[in-house]
Design a protein around this ligand. Sequence first.
Ligand code: GDP
Length: 427
Amino acid sequence: MPVLAIVGGQWGDEGKGKVVDQLAETADVVVRFSGGDNAGHTVINHLGEFKLHLVPAGIFSSRVLCVIGNGVVINPAVLKQEIEGLNRSGVDTSNLVISDRAHLVMPYHLLLDELEEKSRAGKALGTTKRGIGPAFADKTNRLGIRACDLLDKAALGERLAMVLESKNTLFTSVYGAPPVSYEQIYSEYCAYADFLAPFIKDTVVLLGQAVAKKQMVILEGAQGALLDPDFGTYPYGTSSSPLTAGGALGAGIAPSRIDKLLGIFKVYCTRVGNGPMPTELMDETGDAIRDIAHEFGTTTGRPRRIGWFDAVAARFSCFINGLTSVALTRLDVFDTMPALKICTSYDLNGQRIDYFPASVADLEKCQPVYEELPGWDKPITHVRNFADLPIEAQRYVRRIEELIGCDVSMACCGPSREQVIQLKPVI
Ligand code: GDP
């Protein structure tokens, strides 16, 4: 059985939760490997509709070991609430484990997120203000507090006191804000420690055992490739790598162990937050797609920016992720659209280019060059075989496949688990 990485190919919200939920039926382990509670997944299945923020989407299959990997930053308050909410809905969470190496989001990270966004004035990044960026910055700065620190309250207290010395200098001297209280944070986090301790394990050992037993492991990505700190639209992106390479690091599995790499793409583009988006639609077509598809953030409720499918960005994403196949989601959203566009190249300063530029200033100037394809003007939500799709829908999928240079293994035509057309095996 393989190790399968599942990642977002665009700017996140591609429908990873649904695909992981579906593939988790045959998996033994699902590991969430990056981001924090800024990235939410919506899963609709036989148990109801769930908005997950930190818990892996494999949680609905009780035989699946669900791991929150070392690459995730965990806000214990959010995780506790999420676990309790799942339990109230009858979902068993005894199969959940948390990497002892995962870093924690602390109350001062949320404060810093707010203060830093404010100080950026007109150049705000549009973060979700959940402290995720500051938590990852502390990880890199060697000022982080990790899940394993919750297992030793004396050591937690010492580390917190040391970190707060520098944070409180920052709050009072740089931002003119009041200092945060050691006692309050320490007692709050001791209570989280009591709740979370049974879940905290050395997950590298558990994954090593699963790989040795040739069990099926899914590495579940959050967000999407175009938000990657190295390859995304920097600085308008996220703080941990949503790429397949980030999957190896954030789960604790060597890259050589990953057998299959599946990228999830919507048949159009969406983006939350600021930053360039070459195919963005600022017109009624964009509004129509947003309305039909209910494009509002799972975690934030913010309206998502909408654009046509960007094959230049998608080709780049396939390459940097090394994808072995692609799942296209939301084909049904186009059921009533008379004509569809795909961006095949960009016009940058009068020159035709077919690569995704590093510079945000260049990306802002890129004008999409479109190819137009006819729509199908029929509902497809009931279709389960590719050959039963209207010919226009088949051509649309095949054209994307051609332009991005990667096989399409799945096409989704509705939000529920069974609304999937399998074109090729994923694994
Ligand atoms: P994720 O973070 O990548 O899991 O994406 P989100 O949870 O933010 O958004 C995915 C949403 O799209 C969820 O509400 C899914 O149920 C829904 N979804 C997934 N695939 C399809 C599809 O093919 N058609 C439609 N209409 N909705 C879909």
